[in-house]
Design a protein. Structure first.
Length: 407
């Protein structure tokens, strides 16, 4: 039967089993050596990963290889479904993960990609485990230092001749130092020309820099002359008031405070005395301590109040005076078109048993974007005791138009 190609199946299986036993007996040493070499290679690969290299570079931290289970000595064997598309060694959708069956071990390591900060939905890197987190973990909207109001505050320092003012002048204040020329009509007399030549500037400031909403402390100096010109009599000067003083101002947010001293004196014009030789010339003088406060109700409307007490006064002046008002003036520059403005000011003096005057101005204004200087064109209405203190006992009602320039 054997010669004809037929053999008993049982005898054939017995001979094959004996042959396999002899092969395993002869090659058993080689199999043991191959397993040992595979284990050594697996340990060496685990210790040379980037994470291990970073840990080994740390100072005073000894590197110890973790004990590996016996399964790590065997090569990875896995049976999976057909592979799907990956993106950057990461699965783009967690629901698309392949179903892995019969995995013996997964010791393969893929180095992590650097995080893509341009997309907030990219998975972040876990520095402790040196691998990607789940894709559902999203990056914070504003990573970095949390918001801190004190950190956003502008620095404050000492400045000599700073730009801008902390305490703004009153737009309708009749004795505010500024440049102005106003043509007014008085019933029964005709036209007069009220002018102002002067201004107020900062000498020292401890606070923030610039002219746009500065904060801190500032020392200001002020001075101006307020002549009255009579255009009917050949532009001769009827009278002039002089004012000079200093102010210590402070601003924080919408609140500004001032305290200081000013001197004002009135003088009659020589030409006026020549035309009116019987006029009783007086020496009206006030040396006053003043304090005031302004409050910005919003970005365009400001309310203010002021009190002054004269420590030296002659010529009919009395110690106490009050000033208050409301003004509308946008604090931003609107280019060539400008913006509207309006203001009303009340001035009460003990000279007239706390009677006084009211002044209203309105028109168009242009504000310098860098200097914050203010140029205005508009109308003016005045009713009360004379704008010129030389004629302080005379009542005047004036209406006209003019220009104003405030530093």
């Amino acid at each position: 039967m054997k010669k004809l190609g037929f053999e008993n199946p049982a005898g054939k299986s017995a001979r094959r089993g004996a042959s396999c036993s002899r092969w395993f007996y002869r090659n058993s040493f080689k199999l043991i050596a191959a397993c040992l070499m595979a284990g050594i290679a697996s340990n060496a690969s685990a210790q040379t990963t980037p994470q291990r290299r970073r840990e080994s570079n740390r100072e005073d931290v000894p590197t110890q290889s973790a004990a590996k289970p016996l399964v790590m000595l065997l090569p990875p064997i896995a049976i999976t479904e057909p592979p799907i598309a990956l993106h950057g060694n990461r699965i783009t959708n967690p629901q698309d993960r392949p179903t892995v069956r019969g995995i013996v071990q997964t010791s393969h390591w893929l180095p992590p990609r650097p995080p893509d900060l341009s997309s907030p939905n990219r998975p972040l890197e876990d520095k402790e485990n040196d691998g990607p987190l789940l894709p559902s973990v999203e990056r914070a909207d504003s990573p970095g230092i949390p918001y801190c109001e004190e950190c956003e505050t502008e620095p404050r320092y000492l400045q000599f001749l700073p730009n801008g003012l902390l305490y703004k002048p009153y737009l309708a204040g009749e004795k505010e130092p500024r440049f102005a020329a106003v043509w007014l009509y008085e019933k029964g007399r005709g036209w007069i020309w009220e002018t102002a030549m002067g201004g107020r500037f900062g000498l020292l400031r401890y606070g923030t820099a610039g002219t746009q909403f500065p904060q801190g402390w500032q020392l200001d100096l002020e001075g101006a002359a307020f002549p009255r010109i009579d255009p009917i009599e050949g532009s001769e000067m009827d009278a002039v008031d002089f004012r000079a003083g200093w102010l210590l101002t402070w601003r924080d947010g919408p609140v500004a405070v001032k305290a200081g001293y000013y001197h004002i004196s009135s003088h009659v014009g020589d030409e006026f005395l020549l035309r009116n030789p019987t006029f009783p010339r007086i020496e009206y003088v006030r040396d006053s301590l003043i304090t005031g406060v302004t409050y910005d109700l919003n970005e365009v409307v400001t309310a203010y109040g002021e009190i002054g007490y004269s420590i030296g006064h002659i010529g009919g002046a009395e110690p106490l005076e009050l000033q208050f008002g409301l003004q509308y003036s946008p604090a931003v520059s609107n280019g060539w078109c400008g913006s509207p403005f309006a203001a009303i000011n009340g001035h009460l003096r003990e000279d007239f048993n706390f009677g006084g005057n009211i002044n209203i101005v309105a028109g168009r204004q242009w504000r310098g974007p860098e200097s914050d200087h203010l140029f205005r064109i508009g109308f003016m209405y005045f009713n009360g005791h004379s704008l010129q203190y030389q004629f302080f006992s005379k009542h005047e009602e004036l209406l006209g138009a003019g220009i104003w320039y405030d530093f």
